[in-house]
Design a protein around this ligand. Structure first.
Ligand SMILES: *Cc1c(COP(=O)(O)O)cnc(C)c1O
Length: 354
């Protein structure tokens, strides 16, 4: 067996997917399953699909290569790079867009291969990441898009709680459905999709305050961590430990709490400080900052704490643990969203589906 490793519970991912699909379908909302946090690892994508997810989304073209055999609509989340237009229309069916020049390039690329690429136009409701901010520009852009060949405008969407931390509410999301109605009327078009955000919109479903007309959510974190992200609450009857990091102990020694000698910079250019707790029993694990930040792990043994980390080592205080750890034993951590992202991206970490 190889360590460090991420162990992925396929049953738990399937369970979480099924729960969220059921929750959203009560409000006629389709879930787009977001796969970027686990780099679209195909075995994981397949159980999301088994759990009822019917559209797949990722931010990176490379990830769509891995799942091109899965026969479901694919949606590109990150605004397309003009330089990747050809790949975008080859590997995905729908993309989120806000720039008319990028859309023109997609139009050409799609026409060249006799495809029709679908567009969801992104509107910025105040979070200040992607999307058109001025309503006038939304109308102007729609007017241009509907003239293009190889492109079908299928809806409008928004993204919140990513850069600005803006919380989705009835008031701001309601603007999106209102805008959709006015666009349909003015241009005599059908916009079938109103894509109302990410896992931060779940709380509106739970409280019954999701505006009528929002019919799609793009969900990543709520599936992999069973968490809504407006307030960070766990979603009832879902798992928060679908992904676990397991690392091996390579040293256990009793040592003082304070280093001996004059203290200068550590390996990361910072001058460290220490609390004197006397002699402590310490364990070193073979996993480090190159793999994951210590703020992104949650120790499963509640009586162990993390003292620090360097590129390839985590240093743990195991003095208070009820477990009799020995060298060669394994330590298990739950992961945050950032933790899943970095461990799944690291080529040094084995990925095991269970
Ligand atoms: C990552 C992403 C999502 C998914 O966000 P979660 O908080 O993981 O649900 C949705 N939409 C866009 C545009 C994204 O980039």
């Amino acid at each position: 067996m190889t360590y460090p490793r991420v162990e992925i519970s396929l049953d738990k991912i399937e369970h979480n997917s099924r729960k969220l699909v059921a929750m959203c379908s009560k409000h006629d909302i389709t879930i787009v399953g977001v796969t970027k946090v686990f780099c679209a690892y195909p075995e994981v994508v397949k159980v999301m699909v088994k759990g009822g997810i019917s559209v797949l989304a990722d931010s990176r073209i490379e990830n769509f290569e891995k799942i091109k055999d899965i026969d479901l609509p694919k949606l590109l989340l990150r605004l397309p790079m003009i330089s990747q237009a050809k790949k975008v229309v080859e590997l995905t069916d729908i993309s989120l867009n806000s720039e008319i020049n990028a859309i023109r390039t997609l139009s050409e690329a799609a026409s060249n291969i006799n495809k029709v690429h679908k567009i969801i136009l992104m509107v910025d409701l105040g979070d200040l990441r992607e999307g058109i901010f001025e309503e006038k520009e939304v109308f102007e852009t729609v007017e241009e898009i509907i003239k293009l060949n190889g492109i079908e405008l299928v809806g409008i969407g928004t993204n919140l709680t990513c850069y600005g931390g803006v919380i989705p509410r009835y008031e701001n999301l309601g603007k999106l459905t209102d805008l959709k109605n006015r666009l349909e009327e003015k241009y005599d078009i059908n916009l079938n999709i109103v894509s109302g955000g990410n896992s931060s919109s779940i709380h509106l479903i739970q409280s019954g305050k999701i505006p009528e007309g929002i019919n799609q959510l793009r969900l990543g974190e709520s599936i992999v961590l069973g968490r809504e992200t407006a307030f960070g609450e766990n979603i009832e009857d879902t798992y928060d430990d679908c992904f676990k990091l397991i690392a091996e102990i390579v040293e256990i020694k009793e040592k003082p709490s304070i280093p001996i000698g004059e203290i200068g910079m550590n390996a990361f250019g910072k001058v460290p400080t220490f609390d004197d707790k006397g002699i402590r029993r310490r364990a070193i694990c073979a996993v480090g900052k190159q793999d994951i930040d210590i703020d992104d792990v949650i120790l499963e043994d509640k009586n162990v704490s993390i003292l620090g980390a360097s590129s390839d080592h985590f240093i743990l205080d195991i003095t208070e643990s009820n477990n009799e750890y020995k060298v060669g034993d394994k330590v298990s951590f739950k992961l945050t969203y950032g933790g899943i992202l970095s461990t799944m991206t690291s080529e040094y970490i084995e990925k095991i589906c269970k």
